[in-house]
Design a binder for this molecule. Structure first.
Ligand code: GCO
Length: 470
């Protein structure tokens, strides 16, 4: 039974989707996607530098060498965030700036950049939320032992985390361990993955792919312990995952039950979000994997299953499921031709995925105690600068409005959603798609590095100002 929260509707707009007073409105980015300055102050290459410099890997031959030049323009970017009115900002720290060789000596000049950034955020009253790993792992560790193919990666990650938290823990009290394990493991090393994500190394078997995500889970567990041990003040720790959301075709008990069952085997859920939040791989997944299941050493599951303060939920789309008269009791449904979609092949518009994702964490995984943050939600659109120099992205506003309404529905039903970080604050390097896809509410004119707030920026500012969906 959920407790219905007394969300006070706006007097003029009874159906106004008013959010709780203490709701965290934020926005998000990541280091490799915005910083540029890849050789500055002794930073050494990450796997994404190598990958994007390899011909044919990234659209248009684009790399993160300059990106949004945020490394040099961070003050102006933070000022723009202040104009947006966000009080929370999620960014990531680049491991190869802090430990250029991946392990060992700390590069204090690299740490200083984040000190400057965080001090600037505080100056503008914006709370920093730092992701400790958003895919830009040191190339040196790929050369040394194949990055996530080795168990050693989890140990080296925890040492890097200790170094960061010791130095920045006086300024940052909200930490996120790893971003989207399925993407940098299964999409990176996975067989039959085209185009691959960095590092573009295809391993020989599905078992080896699952071994990489198991190592990443260990890194999350060891990293969580390292943060708590190194932080000089009380802090929060979260895992950020993009678990796959099963959405019932019809919201009736039989289809809802089907969506709950299907949640175990959809995407990598059974082997990532299940062990992280329940301490065990889903038995349904293990049965499906057979001898392709990863090797799990004694004590691993306890290490992985750390108490967390929040779950970070990255959500863009969903998978429709219906009840079926088959062995499983459900079936996944394909999107029909012409289904509405934003500017990515995977960005089918399923706003209810926000509500059902939150519902599954509470009801399917049995973790109603765990507060959630939407750590990413947003979309790519075919933005154009018009003759007046404006970008009127009504399609993005449409997308965001409906997803926020679904978030409100979850809160109104008593689910513990505490904040929302819009992806992204500005257009940036969209991985294998390079600069071809724009996810920002701020347009970046890459040749001049000019920032142009889009119509969605104004819309989101009004949502924040009024604390409701506008
Ligand atoms: C991811 C990352 C972001 C992306 C965003 C749009 O999910 O891939 O966390 O870095 O840019 O999700 O694809």
């Amino acid at each position: 039974m959920k407790i219905i929260l007394p969300l006070i509707p706006h007097p003029c707009f009874p159906d106004s989707y008013q959010f709780p007073e203490d709701f965290w409105w934020g926005t998000a980015t990541s280091s490799y996607q915005i910083e540029g300055a890849i050789t500055e102050e002794d930073r050494q290459p990450s796997v994404w530098d190598t990958f994007s410099a390899t011909p044919g890997r990234v659209r248009g031959g684009n790399t993160g060498a300059v990106a949004c030049d945020h490394y040099h323009r961070y003050e102006l970017d933070v000022q723009l965030m202040a104009q947006l009115g966000v009080k929370h900002y999620r960014f990531s720290i680049a491991w190869p700036r802090i430990m250029p060789e991946g392990r060992g000596t700390v590069n204090e000049a690299g740490v200083d950049f984040y000190k400057r950034l965080v001090d600037c955020l505080h100056e503008y009253g914006i709370t920093p939320h730092a992701t400790l790993f958003h895919w830009d792992s040191p190339q040196a560790l790929a050369d040394l032992y194949g990055s996530w193919q080795s168990r050693q990666m989890a140990v080296d990650y925890a040492d890097y985390v200790t170094a960061v938290v010791r130095r920045l823990g006086d300024r940052i009290t909200h930490w996120m361990t790893l971003n989207e394990i399925p993407c940098f493991t299964h999409m990176g090393y996975g067989v039959n993955c085209d185009p691959p994500h960095a590092p573009g190394t295809q391993v020989d078997s599905l078992k080896e792919v699952w071994q990489t995500s198991h190592h990443a889970l260990l890194a999350h567990g060891l990293g969580t312990q390292a943060i708590r041990a190194a932080s000089p003040v009380p802090c929060t720790v979260s895992l950020v995952d993009n678990f796959a959301v099963t959405v019932p075709l019809i919201e009736s008990p039989d289809h809802i039950e089907a969506a709950k069952k299907a949640f175990h085997t959809c995407g990598q859920n059974g082997g990532i979000i299940f062990p992280a939040l329940t301490g065990a791989y889903s038995p349904l997944l293990l049965a499906e994997l057979g001898e392709n299941a990863p090797d799990i050493q004694e004590g691993d599951l306890e290490t992985i299953h750390q108490p967390l303060d929040f779950l970070g939920f990255n959500i863009y789309s969903g998978t429709y499921v219906r009840a079926a008269d088959n062995k499983l009791g459900y079936e996944f449904l394909d999107f029909p031709p012409g289904y509405p979609r934003m500017h990515m092949p995977w960005l089918d518009i399923v706003p209810d995925c926000v509500y059902w994702g939150i519902h599954h964490i509470s009801e399917t995984l049995g973790r109603p105690d765990l507060p959630l943050l939407i750590t990413e939600n947003g979309c790519a659109a075919q933005d154009q600068v018009n003759a007046n120099g404006e970008v009127i992205d009504t399609d993005r506003i449409f997308y965001l409005r409906h997803h926020l309404r679904a978030a409100h529905r979850a809160i109104a039903q008593g689910y513990p959603l505490k904040g929302y970080f819009l992806w992204s604050f500005m257009d940036n390097f969209e991985w294998s798609w390079g600069y071809d896809r724009r996810f920002g509410i701020t347009y970046v004119d890459y040749p001049t590095q000019q920032r142009i707030p889009k119509a969605s920026f104004d819309w989101y500012r009004e949502c924040i100002r009024n604390n409701r969906v506008m």
